[in-house]
Write a protein that binds this ligand. Structure first.
Ligand code: SF4
Length: 323
């Protein structure tokens, strides 16, 4: 018999504003009758991609796959400047969904290059956002985990900048490491505030529950970081891509309160579905019978306007409790 009595969803979850805006732009273009494509997956979430496909929005890997005259949406991660130029040269209508925060990173990088700094970029090599950033500073040295850091040279004037979703503690540690390797060190903190808030709220939830469920893409760095933080809080955590991965009720044996959180590509509707499924399969009989109601209540308690799934005025109403 199930033991789960309560579910708590971390506050300020759901899409980050960058992802939300890019998806909305694609939907708007398609609603306006344009043949719409997104360059790369606009969000790493199968359900959302399927929904976009139903609206006729296709994901393409390369500009060559887009017909002349069609619209191509640049996702929140942004792209190298030459990709923008090639898209225009091919006669495509470019809809720039690059997150405003990432656009700011691009500007900062261009400025650092102009000022002659040796740039160190904290980021995941080959991640789309990092690839785009390198378009503005091709000589930047990309480093990720601590083992990488000894490749950072000693230079007179160095600058440190970050991919938006890097954990703040890592950025601070790297900044401290670089102090001794340069005479002048310029630190441009581009860790996204959404990432920071999400990590704080996940930690807070993890401290209050017996077990955490983290929902997000397997390869999503920000999702992995949330799982790691649950471990730091001393709370066992499982990471899943979605409700389909919840098949084993025994993983909640003896657990009374479960916390649910999600990465920046996970819509709040997915968190609701996960909460409901946990209650159904691992709740006490009374709780399991009221799973839908209790999951809705948990979402209503957690949902904030920042976590909404769309900013479009006439979009279908999201799951109850979503602002
Ligand atoms: S995590 Fe932050 S910087 Fe990255 S897309 Fe979302 S809002 Fe923009």
């Amino acid at each position: 018999m199930g033991t789960v009595q309560e579910i708590r969803i971390a506050k300020r979850t759901g899409f980050c504003y960058g992802v939300r805006e890019a998806i909305d732009k694609a939907k708007e273009a398609s609603a306006a009758g344009k043949a719409t494509h997104t360059l790369g997956q606009v969000v790493h979430n199968e359900g959302v991609i399927a929904e976009l496909e139903q609206l006729g929005i296709q994901t393409v890997d390369a500009l060559d796959d887009v017909d002349h005259g069609s619209a191509v949406v640049i996702r929140a991660h942004g792209v190298r400047p030459d990709v923008m130029e090639r898209a225009s040269a091919r006669g495509l209508e470019v809809i720039d969904g690059t997150c405003t925060w990432v656009l700011q990173e691009h500007k900062e990088l261009a400025k650092l290059v102009e000022e002659g700094y040796t740039i160190v970029l904290l980021g995941t090599p080959n991640h789309a956002e990092v690839v785009g950033m390198l378009g503005f500073a091709p000589d930047a040295i990309v480093v990720d985990e601590e083992d990488d850091w000894d490749k950072i040279p000693r230079k007179k004037r160095m600058a440190l900048i970050s991919q938006s979703t890097q954990p703040p503690w890592k950025f601070e540690k790297l900044a401290a490491y670089m102090v001794s390797r340069s005479h002048e060190l310029k630190i441009v903190n581009t860790v996204c505030p959404v990432t920071i808030r999400r990590q704080e709220d996940t930690l807070e939830a993890a401290r209050e529950v017996d077990k955490m469920v983290v929902v997000g893409g397997r390869s999503s760095a920000n999702t992995k970081e949330l799982t790691r933080l649950c471990g730091i809080a001393g709370t066992p955590a499982i990471q899943i891509e979605g409700v389909r991965d919840l098949t084993d009720p025994s993983s909640f044996d003896g657990v009374r309160v479960v916390g649910v959180t999600g990465g920046t590509s996970t819509p709040i509707e997915d968190l609701h579905a996960v909460a409901r499924r946990i209650l159904e399969m691992a709740g006490t009989p009374d709780v399991a019978a009221r799973a839908d109601e209790l999951a809705g209540a948990a979402l209503a308690l957690a949902a904030t306007p920042a976590g909404r799934t769309t900013s479009l005025p006439k979009a279908a109403a999201p799951t109850s409790g979503a602002a």
